[in-house]
Write a protein that binds this ligand. Structure first.
Ligand SMILES: *Cc1c(COP(=O)(O)O)cnc(C)c1O
Length: 469
């Protein structure tokens, strides 16, 4: 056959769509996505035919076409965002969505998601209300602040606070606190975008009260402290506390702003974790406006929490940028539900999954590893050796970067000759499971840190689908 007649042998889109074998697919997924897939597969077949000629003909039977089309339609219909098993050992993993939400938050999200709600409606007065009211009273109660507002994340909170309170003005920040955190958030850049002039003071390792004092001039709007969440400066160091800065700011009639980063509402030392400054302590130290994240140590949805002086929070709420950065109803519902859990601190550890995972004792994790070792080894067959390994989990999201939590893992080492390739294959096939399993490769083995695995039967139940190593 000539190339031309070969190309003519490829059926038209309309003809393929009439194949009886495609009817169930159209019934399930709709005509438009199936048509799209048919067009794609036919284009591909044409391209293949002009390249390889007659040899490609075998791939053009009706059955082969239908099966290719079905695969493509199913692939396109599957959601790209899905849950995974986070066995990386990093509890608050930004790339894996940070904090898992408590059931109370999920229920609250579901209850407002599908219909109308009183998001901005005052039910008592029958008039327009403010969406912040659903979290403001709780945040004020839990931090001791006069007022609060919320935005999309802490980066937005910092941007909004600086733009409201220090636009076209100067803001001194210690050189030891000019942080960059993941995803391109850098204090100097955010300052510039907020319209403020950053005045760098002190040195990387030492900044004194007099450095702030000397930097204050007629154009100074606020002093700013930034929590150095993702690194530690150790050795010959000096920084100035919020309390000292607050006295200076008041005496000089400038504001004091603090970006707490992760922030938390309770003393984490009670869960055996390193102490992290709480929002309440920061407010009590006299900081005028404090910002922190919703989805780091707080264990809630992605949000930026802003608490502080009532007059300043009111100005922040009136900034048109607030409208652009506001939270949606589903997130507000989740955040309010998580904050309500913090009203009962005694049961936090059981009820907030982030705290539960962080506080999980090593012994229980190791016992889980010992239970899973055999079944996982069996599922993987002779291609890999599975053993229990002691590991160190981290909190993640820049919180307490040098602290490590004793944990346990399954260590999977391929027995094949080409170990490197076998390891990559193994990691890829675990990522290819219906609920992808994400571990980390370390010293020739795939490490599955079990700190964040709570449902082991669910984990085990899909291992049968792994291809042999
Ligand atoms: C994480 C962090 C931010 C950014 O918070 P997001 O909620 O991720 O936007 C800002 N500042 C500090 C100090 C942080 O640790």
């Amino acid at each position: 056959m000539s190339n031309d007649s070969l190309l003519k042998s490829v059926p038209s889109v309309d003809r393929v769509l009439k194949f009886p074998g495609l009817a169930p697919l159209i019934e399930t997924y709709g005509r438009a996505p199936v048509t799209e897939a048919v067009r794609h597969i036919i284009d591909q077949s044409r391209a293949a035919l002009s390249e390889v000629g007659e040899k490609a003909l075998g791939g053009l039977s009706d059955e082969a076409l239908i099966s290719q089309i079905s695969m493509l339609v199913e692939q396109d219909a599957a959601p790209s965002l899905k849950r995974v098993f986070n066995l990386t050992g990093t509890v608050l993993h930004t790339n894996l969505g940070r904090a898992p939400l408590p059931p109370e938050a999920i229920d609250a999200m579901v209850s407002v998601a599908g219909g109308a709600s009183n998001l901005e409606f005052d039910l008592a007065k029958g008039k327009r209300g403010d969406r912040d009211t659903h979290v403001e009273v709780l945040l004020a109660e839990l931090t001791g602040a006069e007022a609060a507002t919320v935005v999309n994340n802490n980066a937005a909170a910092v941007l909004l606070v600086l733009n409201t309170l220090a636009n076209r003005k100067e803001v001194p920040v210690s050189r030891g606190e000019l942080i960059e955190i993941g995803g391109a958030f850098r204090i100097p850049d955010i300052m510039q975008r907020a319209g403020c002039k950053l005045v760098e003071i002190g040195t990387t390792n030492r900044t004194h009260l007099r450095d702030y004092e000397n930097a204050i001039g007629p154009k100074t709007a606020a002093l700013m402290k930034v929590h150095t969440s993702n690194y530690a400066i150790e050795g010959f160091t000096k920084n100035v506390t919020g309390k000292e800065l607050s006295a200076l700011a008041k005496a000089q009639d400038v504001l004091l702003i603090e970006d707490l980063g992760s922030g938390t509402l309770v003393d984490l030392a009670q869960f055996g974790l390193p102490h992290e400054p709480t929002a309440g302590e920061t407010v009590a130290a006299g900081v005028d406006v404090v910002t922190f994240s919703g989805d780091k140590l707080l264990g809630g949805p992605q949000a930026g929490l802003i608490v502080g002086r009532k007059d300043l929070i009111e100005r922040i709420k009136r900034n048109p940028m607030k409208r652009a950065l506001r939270l949606d109803k589903v997130t507000i519902a989740a955040l309010a539900a998580v904050l309500r859990l913090y009203r009962d601190p005694d049961r936090l550890r059981d009820r907030v999954p982030t705290l539960r995972l962080l506080a999980r004792p090593e012994k229980g994790i190791r016992e889980m590893a010992e239970r899973l070792c055999g079944p996982v080894g069996q599922a993987l067959g002779r291609g890999a050796k599975v053993s229990v390994a002691a590991t160190q989990s981290q909190i993640g999201s820049g919180s307490q970067p040098v602290e490590r939590l004793a944990s346990a893992a399954l260590s999977i080492a391929p027995t094949a000759h080409k170990k490197g390739a076998a390891l990559e294959n193994l990691a890829a096939s675990l990522r290819g499971l219906p609920i992808p399993v994400i571990g980390r490769i370390h010293e020739g083995a795939l490490i599955l840190d079990l700190r964040c695995l709570e449902d082991e039967s669910e984990f085990l139940s899909q291992l049968g689908e792994l291809p042999p190593l």
